[in-house]
Design a protein around this ligand. Sequence first.
Ligand SMILES: Nc1nc2c(ncn2[C@@H]2O[C@H](COP(=O)(O)OP(=O)(O)OP(=O)(O)O)[C@@H](O)[C@H]2O)c(=O)[nH]1
Ligand SMILES: [Mg+2]
Length: 437
Amino acid sequence: MSYSTQESQQKAILVHVEFYDFNKINSPLNAVNEFKELSLSSGASIVANVTGKLNRPNSSLFLGKGKAEEVRDLVEELCAELVIINHELSPSQERNLETFFGARVLDRTGLILDIFSTRASSHVGKLQVELAQLTHLSTRLVRGWSHLERQKGGIGLRGPGETQLETDRRLVGQRIKTIKKRLDKTHKQKEVNRYSRKKSRNKLAALVGYTNAGKTTLFNALTENSQYAADKPFATLDSVTRKNAIPELGPILFSDTVGFISNLPTQLVESFKATLDELRSADLLVHVVDIADQDFRFKMDQVTDLLSDLNLSHIPILRVNNKSDKAGIIDYRSLSKPEAGEVWVSAENSEGLEELIHSINIFLRGGLFKGWVTLEPSLGDLRSELYSSRSVIEETINNLGLIQLSIQIGGDELSELEKIEGFEVLDKEKITIKEAI
Ligand SMILES: Nc1nc2c(ncn2[C@@H]2O[C@H](COP(=O)(O)OP(=O)(O)OP(=O)(O)O)[C@@H](O)[C@H]2O)c(=O)[nH]1
Ligand SMILES: [Mg+2]
């Protein structure tokens, strides 16, 4: 894995603590590794890893006295500039630790926000991250940064941090208001877009999942796009929606979006309202799981919990076990159960996608049908619509002079069409994706 090196990488000590009491049965095996990846992603140069076990957080230093002293000694010995703690700290714990260590302290929330700030590229994405960072900062503005290298920027001080730390709370409050107003505006625009989509009868399938599961790789395979996919956390920040590139799927749009992570900072969830609203309007959620990851069960549960926190549990969900190639499962495609909404794929090799497409057709369109229909001459508009939704296979004129079409279409759409006067179904049969054209 390679990460871009910064001009001056900050020497950082990583601290990860496990709690005896708080450990759930289903906890990640590789939490330390994920923490390392996140820290490397932010451009830190890791000089030491400290782990420990605690009964409960210490109210003033978060860490136990002994552990805090161990870290302080390492800071001195290794000339570390930054201590990153893989947990959420209260503003006072962060402040106390900074004084105790004589080095800057960043908690998990600050770390994730920092990565987001380096990844945001769209206007809305940047505003969303800025809002989250300012909300996080506004509770921490009292601390004395003067002895620390705030001028340099650096991890956790990028984005608005560099300038906004100079200002007082009142200004931060004003900026938060302005951003919220701007986001509201884009939010309204998105609502208009959603309305037009509903009117055009396009269905929306949103790809969701833990960060690095392969959502963007799958999105690219399904839409023939080339969005940025990479082996690092939070490669995607801005959501994109595109038409699918598969004729058998008809009028279905796919949305690729930001990945989830355990203990996602609440500021981020709130700030990313616009992105998450995209999910709210989805007709189907496609949960992409990295089946080759030893923590896949834990990560799946995290995603399911977050979806339920976001009140999205009512949307039908389909599970895609991705990276089946990497997991070394032989003949994984035969494990797919499209009717039950679980398929095994390799997005990277575009394998198993037929079963996925079949499953999406079942869930979103009431299955796929093929048959002959006739249209009265007055239904010219409907004929064009069928062409533009890529439903028509063949066209003839019958001996009564009526347009006769061979179509391939979703069951739900066909039921709607059957209600139209002048549209007559001559024969129809349910088909699987393998029988589709
Ligand atoms: N072996 C293998 N690697 C895959 C597969 N799908 C994706 N990958 C790799 O996994 C890494 C992450 O893929 P992305 O598509 O960026 O993942 P993502 O879910 O969009 O990640 P974020 O946007 O960061 O949340 C990339 O290095 C991909 O090449 C797969 O089916 N098999
Ligand atoms: Mg992505």
